[in-house]
Design a binder for this molecule. Structure first.
Ligand SMILES: [Fe+2]
Length: 294
């Protein structure tokens, strides 16, 4: 019998103190399109899915809700059964939110709310015509309390693979597809967002994006530099609520069948296998912003 398998991170739900400013950032700066506004909540799409970013007005900023798509080999009821057999409680929600008619809601050990579904409405609103317009939402990094349990939860209950670490057990990279990481679970005693990352198409897109951000008073805080784990060339800036946002290209491609990363000219060894790294920058560059402490 198949096991529960997530293959894609589809959306994040930002609880925003100033939701209108966040919506403006995601439309004017990031080039996302609004697909629906309901009960004060704004749903934004990168071009195809009903939503990839949700902005919910709140007293305090937070990200506590993540949406993942399952491979569809199991029904949601079968998914619930398997989770139940591992001692994980979940509830089936019907027509609870726009764009996803059936979803299973549960909590990870860090306290994040996770929504699992097999189908999302494909609004296909098209990519934005101005702003950064990333290719996709690529990954999230979050500080996690109960981080060891959280890592095991994503690996053993939801079908993620462990790829790399930075520092022994500090930043833990997990994937559910061929991207080097879809999740980065950072050891902590509290749960909160570390950063959210969007894939760009190439280096030129990255430069143009930094220029656009500078014009809008959003300086590049770290980078461009190539990371060690993942080898993505990354730049980081703040959104209006000071959430850290990464824009990247060149992410390592994981080949789970071989347990290696697809070889690249910039790899330190061939074949490159999952390992523990020490530094953040493969180029040895240091920046004023300490990414390990954002
Ligand atoms: Fe990242």
């Amino acid at each position: 019998m198949s096991t529960v398998k997530i293959f894609r991170l589809v959306y994040l739900d930002f609880f925003a103190k100033n939701s209108q400013t966040m919506v403006e950032y995601y439309t004017n700066t990031m080039g996302y399109r609004i697909t629906e506004e309901k009960d004060g909540v704004t749903y934004l799409s990168n071009g195809f899915d009903h939503h990839n970013i949700v902005i919910t007005p709140a007293e305090e900023k937070a990200v506590r809700r993540y949406g993942y798509q399952l491979d569809g080999k199991l029904t949601l009821e079968e998914v619930q059964e398997q989770l139940h057999s591992k001692g994980i409680a979940s509830s089936l929600k019907i027509d609870a939110k726009p764009g996803v008619s059936r979803l299973v809601e549960l909590q990870d050990p860090a306290g994040n709310v996770i929504e699992l579904f097999t189908e999302m409405e494909q609004s296909a609103v098209g990519f934005g015509s101005s702003g950064i317009v990333p290719l996709k939402l690529g990954h999230v990094a979050f500080y996690a309390k109960n981080f060891q349990e959280t890592i095991e939860f994503y690996r053993d209950a939801l079908g993620f693979s462990f790829t790399d670490q930075i520092g022994v057990g500090f930043a833990n990279f997990l994937t559910c597809n061929t991207d080097h990481h879809v999740l980065n679970v950072v050891a902590s005693d509290e749960t909160r967002l570390h950063h959210i990352a969007f894939q760009l198409k190439d280096a030129s897109h990255q430069y143009v994006s930094s220029d656009l951000l500078a014009r809008q008073g959003r300086p590049t805080l770290w980078g461009p530099s190539r990371h060690t784990a993942g080898h993505n060339i990354a730049t980081y800036h703040h959104d209006p609520e000071e959430n850290v946002v990464e824009l990247y290209i060149d992410m390592d491609v994981f080949i789970p069948e071989l347990g290696i990363f697809e070889p690249r000219p910039w790899h330190e060894v061939l074949p490159l296998k999952p390992k523990i790294w020490e530094a953040l920058s493969a180029w040895g560059t240091e920046f004023e912003l300490d990414l390990a402490k954002v």
